[in-house]
Write a protein that binds this ligand. Structure first.
Ligand code: GTP
Ligand code: MG
Length: 461
């Protein structure tokens, strides 16, 4: 989420009103355009002289007025290690105090923080967004440090592309967050670039205008700085890193840009502290052995950076972002989505045709998928049917088996019953015979006793 704050610039000029003066220069260019167009486009066009003032020579003024009333937007990405002086440099460049809080060195990864401000200089309004890399270079494993930066830049391109692709577009008042300039802060080691710097710049160079700067240049000796600068430039060239080239094709800026390019990477010093130098106050860093003046070209390249970034090339940076970097992103993205300008025979292919082709391809694929799904469904149903039949057969077999077992068990039980009944009958018979014998024996016993009594009685008498 981008925060927006309104910031008043201090009395010193920053140079964003240079945007306005650039338009003034453009006016001169536009004024000579009609005759050039006539020559360049068609021989059929006739050159007519006007017999009075018509008024279309005010067109450039109309453009300037429109742009001024709309305001401008500029987005800077500061890539650099924690504490390298990113916030101080931004404050120094724009002559104000932006919000910033120092990052700790124990961030688990790199993250990007964007803050937007409304600035005004003369009658020119600038919506400035400063994006900071928080935690850059603080992790033990720095392999993925560039990823969040690339993702952020791509996300801004994507947001713009989505706005462009909308049916109801509002690019006129769209807050463009695409990064126009990437200030890459190089640590003043005096040695060479770190591999993290090379890898990150290589990953970013096709996406953003990189301006390399040596931070805290007051900590490096003059002769060492010179060698350090050429070492950095040769390393960038040998590793194929494309940094932003100050334009030299436009005569108004060709000379200054060519002269300034020699000083790359700019060795900068940042400070918002004012020190009295002679009878003037100037931004400087004060040391026990002397004072480093930020705006003194003998001390550092701060003025050169401000000149190049804000006063001369701000519009070119914006233009390059749109025509080069965004265009590349857009092209790759649309190609990825299957859009092409030509068919396989290199004939022009309109968006409508691409859409129709894509639609047919999509419908074909949909039909294929539907057929496949139908076939799959039929196959699954058949499989399930077979499975159910198999299960039914198994159940029948189990039922038959159980029925058979039950009948056998029943038969065995009946046989046992018959056998037991027989045994019971035999037992009953034996019991009856035994009872008969017993009663006969008792009868015989009692007759004998009577005979014995009678015999006894007879002997007594
Ligand atoms: P984080 O946002 O925490 O990553 O830090 P930063 O990169 O924004 O650095 P910041 O501007 O906060 O500066 C960190 C320290 O470096 C402060 O003490 C600054 O005064 C000091 N500093 C900034 N610029 C310079 C410089 O050009 N030279 C020297 N010697 N010190 C500087
Ligand atoms: Mg900071």
């Amino acid at each position: 989420m981008v925060q927006t704050n309104t910031v008043a610039l201090s009395a010193l000029s920053v140079g964003i009103d240079g945007e306005h003066s650039r338009w003034e220069k453009q006016k001169t260019k536009i004024r000579v355009l009609p005759s050039q167009v006539r020559q360049a486009t068609s021989d059929d066009l006739r050159n007519l002289s006007l017999s009075g003032h018509v008024g279309f020579d005010s067109l450039p003024d109309q453009l300037v007025n429109k742009s001024t009333s709309q305001g401008f937007c500029f987005n800077i990405l500061c890539v650099g290690e924690t504490g390298i002086g990113k916030s101080t440099l931004m404050d120094t460049l724009f002559n104000t105090k932006f919000e910033s809080e120092p990052a700790t060195h124990n961030e688990p990864g790199v993250r990007l923080k964007a803050r937007s401000y409304e600035l005004q200089e003369s009658n020119v309004r600038l919506k400035l967004t400063i994006v900071d890399t928080v935690g850059f270079g603080d992790q033990i494993n720095k392999d993925d440090s560039y990823k969040p930066i690339v993702e952020y830049i791509d996300a801004q391109f994507e947001a713009y592309l989505q706005e462009e692709l909308k049916i109801k577009r509002s690019l006129f008042n769209y807050h463009d967050t695409r990064i126009h300039a990437c200030l890459y802060f190089i640590a003043p080691t005096g040695h060479s670039l770190k591999s993290l710097d090379l890898v990150t710049m290589k990953k970013l160079d096709s996406k953003v205008n990189i301006i390399p700067i040596i931070a805290k240049a007051d900590t490096i000796a003059k002769n060492e700085l010179h060698k350090f600068k050429s070492k950095i430039m040769s390393e960038l060239v040998s590793n194929g890193v494309q940094i932003y080239q100050f334009p030299t094709d436009e005569e108004t800026v060709a000379e200054i840009n060519a002269t300034m390019s020699v000083h790359l990477p700019f060795a900068v010093v940042g400070s918002t502290e004012e020190v009295k130098i002679g009878n003037k106050m100037a931004k400087a860093r004060q040391y026990p052995w002397g004072v480093v003046q930020v705006e003194n070209e003998n001390h550092c390249d701060f003025v050169k950076l401000r000149e190049m970034l804000i006063r001369v090339n701000m519009e070119d940076l914006r233009e390059q972002t749109h025509t080069r970097h965004y265009e590349l992103y857009r092209r790759c993205k649309l190609e990825e989505m299957g859009f092409k300008d030509t068919d396989p025979d290199s004939k022009p292919f309109s968006l409508q045709e691409t859409y129709e082709a894509k639609r047919n391809e999509f419908l074909g694929e949909l039909q294929k998928k539907e057929d496949e799904m139908r076939q799959m469904f039929v196959m699954r149903v058949k499989e399930k049917e077979a499975e159910l039949k198999e299960a039914e057969k198994d159940l029948h077999e189990k039922f038959d088996h159980l029925k058979r077992t039950h009948q056998e068990e029943k038969k065995k039980v009946e046989e046992k019953k018959v056998q037991l009944e027989e045994e019971l009958n035999n037992f009953q018979k034996k019991k009856a015979a035994a009872q008969l014998l017993q009663s006969q024996a008792q009868q015989a016993g009692s007759q004998q006793t009577k005979k014995d009594k009678d015999k006894k009685n007879a002997s007594f008498t």
